[in-house]
Design a protein around this ligand. Structure first.
Ligand code: C2E
Ligand code: MG
Ligand code: MG
Ligand code: MG
Length: 280
């Protein structure tokens, strides 16, 4: 009796595991197809300067709508892509698409910086630095108008391997940002050594502003620390006026969040920017 029950259970787990693996493989195959067929696209979210109120940058964020499952979050498909060479394909797509878009906008007189996210897997790819150089040369986007974001946790995991590549990128003149700051464990010394330009405060701390004294204290000290090593500070995930006001009072430089605008297709973003420019 116990033996059959045991076996039954075992098979149950086996089936469940197999299904999970199959779903993952299926999703990976679908993602590969989507890349090949040009079904992925980049959404753009405005980044606003807190002194002037102007949009000074946009962050390009990858979007994928699965034909059956609907929109899949990058927090699900990026880690999946990172387990294979797919991440390099996605990375090339984002780099090419967004630099082309921003170069075209600059030609039309819109001067905003482009921010895109990097996986540390891309930093391991010997083709990566040449690809960045090539994208800049081809589109004519100035290097200083491109800012590459790497999450704090990824940087800390891989800081030795990443060091040389970051130096090479810096050599090209591109800017570097540490993303999701506060979720990893970097020290002031590490921050200084990495010679970054921008620090983005993770949304989890911004969310608590106005309701949690701890959150305000943490944000305050992150800003002070970042300014001490000459970094521009961007707050992520600003959703209301209270958070905005507190960030201004704390001396934060820039902000991004649903309060200013959600990530949206390029043409929608530029239309919205036109309206706010004429309304000013
Ligand atoms: P991230 O780089 O920290 O990007 C900010 C995320 O916060 C975006 O999620 C954005 O939609 C979301 N967000 C912005 N403002 C608000 C707000 O006010 N409230 C809330 N609730 N959320 C807000 P998204 O687009 O889902 O991307 C998630 C993460 O996936 C990104 O976090 C980034 O780490 C990664 N990712 C996205 N696109 C790429 C890419 O092209 N390459 C790589 N390597 N990673 C990417
Ligand atoms: Mg980012
Ligand atoms: Mg972030
Ligand atoms: Mg994030």
């Amino acid at each position: 009796q116990a033996k059959t029950l045991g076996r039954g259970r075992f098979e149950f787990f086996d089936v469940e595991l197999r299904e999970r693996v199959q779903r993952r493989l299926g999703l990976e195959q679908d993602l590969r197809d989507a890349v090949r067929r040009g079904k992925l696209w980049a959404a753009y979210q405005p980044v606003v300067d807190l002194r002037s109120g102007r949009m000074v940058a946009v962050e390009g964020l990858l979007r994928w709508t699965h034909p059956v499952n609907g929109p899949v979050s990058p927090t699900e498909f990026i880690p999946l892509a990172e387990e294979s060479d797919l991440i390099n394909l996605l990375g090339s797509y984002v780099l090419e698409e967004t630099t082309r878009e921003l170069a075209a906008r600059r030609a039309a007189g819109i001067d905003v910086e482009l921010k895109i996210n990097l996986s540390t897997r891309q930093l391991d790819d010997p083709e990566f630095v040449p690809a960045v150089k090539d994208a800049l040369a081809r589109t004519g986007l100035p290097a200083k108008a491109l800012c590459l974001e790497i999450t704090e946790s990824a940087l800390m995991r891989d800081s030795n391997a990443a060091g040389e590549v970051l130096d090479a990128l810096r050599g090209l003149g591109v800017r570097l940002a540490i993303d999701d700051f506060g979720t990893g464990y970097s020290s002031l010394a590490q921050l200084q050594r990495l010679t970054l330009d921008t620090l983005k405060i993770d949304r989890s701390f911004v969310t608590g502003l106005g309701t949690s004294a701890d959150a305000a204290a943490i944000v305050n000290s992150i800003i002070a620390m970042a300014h001490a090593v000459d970094l521009t500070v961007v707050a992520e995930g600003v959703e209301n006026e209270t958070q905005l006001k507190l960030l201004r009072d704390l001396g934060c430089d820039q902000a991004q969040g649903y309060y200013f605008g959600k990530p949206m297709p390029a043409d929608e973003l530029w239309r919205a920017d036109d309206r706010s420019a004429t309304g000013r």
